[in-house]
Design a protein around this ligand. Structure first.
Ligand SMILES: C[S@@+](CC[C@H](N)C(=O)[O-])C[C@H]1O[C@@H](n2cnc3c(N)ncnc32)[C@H](O)[C@@H]1O
Length: 256
């Protein structure tokens, strides 16, 4: 099945917006992320792909960096708009695989930095979507700008076939994670299933994961070259034998 058939770009955000801030507030080092992005931007505007509820964008904008974000989920953007500081951010509803179609985005650029934090790039469920996104980034980044992608590193021995695990249990809820891994297509389909006495909520997700080398090849095809690869947002050197997350910086070199 083509993933897009039952999983439009808004799916993830629409399913997770009501719990996202509770569940994912601490998934990465916000302080280091903001500091590094601010330094890279040097006062120029920054574009966040999949801005979500503003976990990174709000503290980044609070430092004075102009921040623009795109997200396919109205529900995520609604949560963002309720937060203090949201007025400083330009948040646009759109698909990061079709950045040229996102209203007003082109006029806000060129951007000194475009970034996708916390596996957000892998939310694009096909090679074509990821290639289209990178091409869109290329046209929006300034000539001396930087593209930053944070993602997990698929383990050497491969991922497991999937299964069921317990994500959380409280006195009122149990949250199970059910997933199935398609190794040939590097896809993981999953649901977080939240079970309560008054009913269950299904929260679907799809990840099209890529190795760092695959990302480099896709980025090169879009006109970027690998600049630096770190193990974290503080710039720790990346060692593929040790680290399971990377923060990769690409420079723009040519037309795609
Ligand atoms: C894992 S969340 C990350 C949110 C935020 N960047 C953060 O770090 O907390 C992924 C976000 O990407 C958005 N998203 C997923 N697919 C998208 C697409 N094709 N175009 C735009 N946004 C998308 C989701 O709606 C969600 O807000």
């Amino acid at each position: 099945m083509n993933v897009q058939d039952g999983y439009p770009p808004s799916s993830y955000g629409e399913s997770f917006a009501d719990v996202y801030d509770d569940w994912y507030a601490d998934v990465s080092d916000i302080g280091a992320t903001v500091a590094t992005l601010g330094t890279l931007a040097g006062g120029r505007p920054v574009l966040e792909l999949g801005i979500g509820t503003g976990r990174i964008a709000l503290p980044l904008a609070a430092t004075g960096t102009p921040v623009v974000g795109v997200d396919a989920s109205p529900a995520m953007l609604d949560v963002l708009q309720t937060k203090p500081g949201a007025a400083a951010i330009v948040a646009v509803e759109g698909d990061m695989a079709a950045l040229g179609d996102a209203p007003g985005l082109t006029d806000r650029g060129p951007f000194g930095v475009v970034f996708a934090a916390f596996n957000t790039f892998f939310n694009l469920p096909s090679d074509q979507d990821q290639a289209d996104c990178l091409e869109g980034c290329h046209s929006l980044i300034s000539d001396d700008g930087t593209l930053v992608i944070e993602g997990f590193v698929p383990p050497e021995g491969g991922l497991t076939d999937g299964g069921i695990s317990v994500r959380d249990v409280t006195t009122t809820t149990a949250v199970l994670t059910v997933s199935k891994h398609d190794a040939d297509n590097q896809l993981i389909h999953g649901h977080h299933i939240e079970m309560r006495s008054d009913g269950n909520t299904m929260r679907p997700w799809v990840i099209h994961y890529r190795t760092p080398e695959q990302l480099d090849a896709s980025a090169a095809a879009a006109g970027f070259v690998l600049d630096q690869r770190w193990a974290d947002w503080r710039g720790m050197p990346f060692d593929p034998a040790v680290h399971d997350v990377h923060v990769t910086l690409y420079r723009k070199v040519s037309s795609p």
